[in-house]
Ligand binder design. Structure first.
Ligand code: AMP
Length: 423
C-alpha cells in the first residue's frame, strides 16, 4: 500500500520552488538592507517555551501544537511560530550585550494542527522579523512599514493594514473588566467558546469571526478609551510616522490578536484576493515577554507572515510553463554517450550553462521530443555517423538551423564571452 503525505502538509514541486526561491531571495535582500540578520533556530523546542510565551489558554498551544514526550522524558514540540524560539535564543545567547537594539529575521516552517483549508496548512512557512531593544514609536513605524512595503513592492492588490493599541498589561486588565461588564448583558447570545473565554480571557472574544457576535462586539467599548497618557501618545506617534511614510492604514479597536503577549501596538495586513483566510501578516509589540522568559526587561516588536499566502496573493502558486534549458544533448551509441557526459561536464562546470542529456537511450525522435519539452534553446546531436567523423551538430531549436562543428571544440560555441570577443 502506498504512503501519502500527512493531511495539511504539502510537497512543493520544482515549478513552485523556482518561484519560492525568487521570492525568498527578495525577502533575504529586503531584510538585509534594513539591517536585520537572519536567525535559524531548531524546528523543535521544549514545549514549555510555547506554553509560557503563547499562553496555555490559546488555541495554538491548547489544541494545535504537535507535542510529545521524547525518549529522554522531555516534553518537546514542533514550533508553531518563530517568535518564541527567536526570543529564547536572544536571551540564551545574551544578545543584549552585543547591541542596544537587536534586529533578527527568520524564514522557515511552522506547524499547527489546524483544520486544513485553502490558505491554512498544518505545516506552513513563516517569514518575519523581531526588533528587540527599542520602546520608541519609530521602531513600530519601521516594523509596520517593512511588513507593508513587502506586499506593496511585490504588487499584492487590495491591501488592508489595520492597526490598534492594546496598551500595557494593566490597561488590558482594566479594559477586560469594562468589556466583561458590557458583555454581561449579552451572555446568552455568546457561543460556548466565547462564554468560556468570558471568564478566562475576555479580550479574545473580540477576535470572534461569528456574524452574531460581531454585531455585539461592534458596539463594545473601545480599548483605546482605556489607554493611559503614555500609551495614547505612543499610538499617536506611530500613526504620525506612518502618515509621513505614506503607509495607508485603518484603526480597529477590536484588533487584539490571538496571542496573549502583545502590548501597545498590534497590526494585521489582509487582502481579499486570497479567499477567507485573508490574513497575510500579523504583528505587534511584546514589551514584557523577554522579562517573562527570564531575560532583562527589554521592549520588542515584530511581525510574522505566511509564505503560502504570499505566493497565493502573487498568483505564483499555479503551474507555469517549464523554464528554459540552454542545451539538450541527443546521442546514439556508447561513444556518443561518453562524449555527452564529457560535454555536459565542460559546459556546466566551466561555462555555467544549463545542459541536460538523454538517459533513456531512446530513439532520435524521442530524444528530440525531450529537447522540445524541456524548452531547450539548442540541441547538440551526436549520432554514430557524427562520432565517426569526430563532429557534432548544433541545432537552434526555434529556427531549425543547424551546423557541424569539431567535437573537441564544441563547447567554445557556447562560450558567450569568447564569442563576444571574436565579434
Ligand atoms: P500568526 O502567528 O497566527 O499571527 O500568523 C502569522 C501569519 O502566518 C498569518 O497572517 C498567516 O499569513 C500565516 N499563517 C498562520 N497560520 C497559518 C496556517 N495554518 N497556514 C498557513 N499560513 C498560516
Amino acid at each position: 500500500m502506498k504512503i501519502n503525505s500527512i493531511k495539511g502538509m504539502h510537497d512543493l514541486f520544482s515549478f513552485q520552488t523556482q518561484n519560492w526561491k525568487q521570492i525568498e531571495n527578495l525577502l533575504h535582500n529586503f531584510f538585509e538592507i534594513h539591517g536585520y540578520g537572519e536567525i535559524r533556530t531548531p524546528m523543535i523546542e521544549k514545549a514549555e517555551l510555547f506554553n509560557r510565551v503563547i499562553g496555555d489558554e490559546t488555541d495554538i498551544v491548547n489544541k494545535e501544537m504537535y507535542s510529545w514526550k521524547d525518549q529522554g522524558g522531555d516534553i518537546l514540540a514542533l514550533r508553531p511560530e518563530l517568535t518564541a524560539p527567536s526570543v529564547r535564543s536572544y536571551i540564551e545567547h545574551n544578545m543584549d550585550k552585543l547591541n542596544k537594539v537587536t534586529k533578527l529575521y527568520y524564514l522557515g516552517p511552522a506547524f499547527r494542527r489546524e483544520r486544513p483549508q485553502k490558505g491554512r496548512q498544518r505545516q506552513f512557512y513563516q517569514y518575519g522579523i523581531e526588533a528587540i531593544g527599542s520602546e520608541h514609536p519609530e521602531q513600530d513605524a519601521e516594523v509596520i512599514s517593512m511588513a507593508y512595503n513587502i506586499f506593496n513592492m511585490l504588487g499584492v492588490e487590495n491591501l488592508e493594514l489595520v492597526i490598534n493599541s492594546v496598551g500595557s498589561k494593566e490597561t488590558k486588565k482594566k479594559y477586560s473588566t469594562i468589556l466583561k461588564e458590557y458583555l454581561s448583558s449579552h451572555i446568552g447570545d455568546l457561543s460556548d467558546i466565547s462564554r468560556e473565554r468570558y471568564s478566562k480571557n475576555p479580550l479574545r472574544i473580540l477576535d470572534s469571526k461569528s456574524k452574531e457576535e460581531q454585531s455585539i462586539i461592534k458596539e463594545a467599548p473601545s480599548i483605546l478609551e482605556s489607554l493611559n497618557d503614555y500609551e495614547k501618545k505612543h499610538f499617536d506617534q506611530v500613526q504620525r510616522f506612518l502618515d509621513k511614510l505614506n503607509i495607508p492604514y485603518t484603526i480597529d479597536h477590536r484588533l487584539v490578536r490571538g496571542l496573549d503577549y502583545y502590548t501597545l501596538t498590534t497590526f494585521e495586513i489582509r487582502t481579499q484576493s486570497i479567499g477567507s483566510q485573508d490574513a497575510l501578516c500579523g504583528g505587534g509589540r511584546y514589551n514584557n515577554l523577554i522579562e517573562q522568559l527570564g531575560g532583562k526587561p527589554v521592549p520588542a516588536i515584530g511581525f510574522a507572515a505566511g509564505m503560502e499566502r504570499l505566493m497565493m496573493a502573487l498568483n505564483l502558486d499555479k503551474q507555469t510553463k517549464a523554464s528554459k534549458i540552454d542545451v539538450f544533448i541527443i546521442s546514439a551509441g556508447d561513444d556518443a554517450i561518453t562524449n555527452s557526459l564529457k560535454i555536459c561536464d565542460t559546459l556546466r562546470n566551466q561555462l555555467g550553462i544549463k545542459v541536460m542529456m538523454d538517459f533513456t537511450r531512446g530513439s532520435f525522435k524521442s530524444q528530440m521530443r525531450q529537447a522540445n519539452k524541456l524548452n531547450a534553446e539548442y540541441a547538440i546531436i551526436l549520432g554514430e555517423e557524427e562520432i565517426k567523423r569526430k563532429v557534432g551538430v548544433i541545432k537552434t531549436m526555434s529556427s531549425g538551423d543547424q551546423f557541424e562543428v569539431p567535437l573537441d571544440t564544441i563547447h567554445k560555441h557556447f562560450d558567450v564571452e569568447r564569442v563576444k570577443d571574436d565579434q
